[in-house]
Design a protein around this ligand. Sequence first.
Ligand SMILES: [Zn+2]
Length: 307
Amino acid sequence: MPELPEVETIRRQLEPEVTGRRILEADVLDARWTRPEPPDDVERAIAGRTIEAVERRGKYLLLRLEGGRTLAMHLRMTGNLLLDEEPAGDGADPRRLGGERLYEGNPELRYLRAQLRLDDGRRLLFTDPRRFGHAVVLRDHELDEYFAARLGVEPLSDSLTAEELCRLAAGRRAPLKSFLLNQLGIAGIGNIYADEALHRAELHPLSPAGSMKPEDCERLRVGIVEALEAGLRSGGASIDDYRDARGEQGSMQEEFLVHTREGKPCPRCGAEIRRIVVGGRSTYFCPSCQRRLRRRPRRRARRRVAG
Ligand SMILES: [Zn+2]
């Protein structure tokens, strides 16, 4: 599943290609893509508008359109964005944004869910075998409220400070792994980068989030930033099932410190990396150098306020 570095990689590739281009026609082939909005409404709302900017919020990719509209897309499990290499690209193989390392080599147009025809003759295509991907058109005044209900702090912005992390974690008994996956706290982190961030921070994934002291929050902040930046440097990473057939999984895994490396030595201390399941998600960590924090005594006043 694409996480912040993967979506940001796609954004950076898409931005120079489509900024300033006009959407001549929008074609939604799968009503589930825009649910609960009817596809016709979404097609009408974006057709004819020029793409003014390509932005990202959490794992959402945003096409900012003229006239105060935004097409916000979420790739979810298996969504992909494809762009024709050449104008009038009908029939030619479109290029998979994010590149070979992020997704399988051959785009499968039979999973096409939507296509935007651009004024330079190219097409921007959304494919999605499992159909969890989603798109919504928002007006400018709706943006803040829409994302405030879904996303928390952007981890690569100045808003993510140790103090903010401690504030978000205060009183929370959820394991750190689950805390990091909660998009309403910190936006954009998924299963891969949660494991990698916790390893860098030397914190055990089962530690209760609220047990962090200020110095732990600072370690976690640094771990999050470093893990995401490592992902961005390698142009994103993904280890979904598609990779197996292409024989690239071996080299991809080398870039992970712990994720998917069960039984292998910890790159920091050499102990054997373990896999456990936390909140239904596979979680990889080093039992030797990732510290398990003890729950701190709870303050009654805080409980009453929180409850
Ligand atoms: Zn270790």
